[in-house]
Design a protein around this ligand. Structure first.
Ligand SMILES: Nc1ncnc2c1ncn2[C@@H]1O[C@H](COP(=O)(O)OP(=O)(O)OP(=O)(O)O)[C@@H](O)[C@H]1O
Ligand SMILES: [Mg+2]
Length: 271
């Protein structure tokens, strides 16, 4: 780089480059996972198309077409999820439905979780929209889910929850696993860049560089949010993201979100 470029500017450029590389690396990992999934979907489509051609009666053909449609719709969801990450280059924060964001992230790693015998459960309370950059929070989610999966080498359970912390005015997204847990002496180091207890990438090509949680923390800081961890060896680990609630401007509220204990009719008042 040119000497006349100020140090601040150089740092800014390097950081932008780093953010870009990280997004590309995350995308590369996803391509591996989703290609397998696509293959399965194509097999389904091919088999039912053959079945439909073989059996000329209406009932068999309807059944074949319904199966083909369902498979194609699943493929569409997956491509949308991947494109969402690839396309969204900016880091603009907008009012976002986190439940939808979680669902579209889960569809991308569903198969991987099945392969490692991990049951994923979700518990969504009605929450307001959060002010976030969707693709960045999706990156955080995928990092946390991969860590959780790697902490359960013999399978286990992941619970994803969404709750509204009315006192702090945050939407809290937590990911709890039933994995090995983190010893108390290790816990203070896990957010340090390049800290890892893994020997290298696993069979799915993921993990081992120690940048996952450092990236998560940076993203949360940029969101004026928080990331917290609780862990107990032999029991499991829970990470909680505290994200700011989006300001409720009349023009940005598309779907009234019913709050617990508040009559929904009040959400339709003229504004
Ligand atoms: N859910 C979890 N259960 C147990 N240990 C965890 C969990 N999440 C993180 N850790 C510990 O924290 C360390 C750092 O995690 P981090 O995601 O930053 O790096 P990594 O997973 O080792 O590598 P990568 O850069 O590929 O993510 C891990 O190596 C692991 O020891
Ligand atoms: Mg990791």
């Amino acid at each position: 780089m040119d000497d006349s470029v100020s140090l601040d500017r150089k740092l800014e450029m390097l950081e932008a480059e780093l953010r870009h590389s990280r997004r590309m690396a995350a995308l590369g990992e996803l391509v591996g996972t989703t290609t397998h999934e696509f293959n399965n979907i194509l097999t389904t489509i091919i088999n039912y198309a053959k079945l439909g051609l073989r059996h000329k009666d209406e009932a068999s053909r309807d059944k074949a077409l319904a199966k083909i449609l369902a498979a194609a719709e699943r493929a569409e969801k997956i491509t949308n999820g991947v494109l969402g990450i690839a396309r969204n280059r900016g880091s603009e924060r907008v009012a976002t439905d986190l439940a939808k964001l979680i669902e579209s992230s889960l569809v991308l790693i569903e198969r991987e979780m099945q392969k490692y015998r991990i049951a994923v459960e979700v518990q969504f309370e009605p929450v307001p929209q959060a002010l976030v950059c969707g693709n960045e929070i999706q990156q955080v989610l995928l990092n946390l889910l991969t860590n959780a999966r790697q902490a359960m080498p013999r399978g286990g359970r992941i619970l994803i929850r969404l709750v509204h912390d009315t006192a702090a005015n945050t939407v809290d997204l937590s990911i709890r696993d039933s994995g090995v847990g983190i010893p108390p002496e290790v816990l203070p180091k896990i957010f340090d860049r390049y800290f890892s207890t893994k020997s290298g990438p696993d069979a799915s090509g993921k993990g081992g560089t120690g940048v996952g949680l450092a990236t998560c923390r940076e993203i949360l800081e940029a969101h004026h949010g928080k990331i917290r961890v609780e862990s107990s060896v032999g029991v499991g680990t829970a990470f909680t993201l505290k994200l700011p609630v989006a300001p409720q401007e009349a023009s940005t509220v598309h779907i009234p979100v019913p709050k617990l204990g508040v009559p929904t009719a009040s959400a339709t008042s003229a504004g």
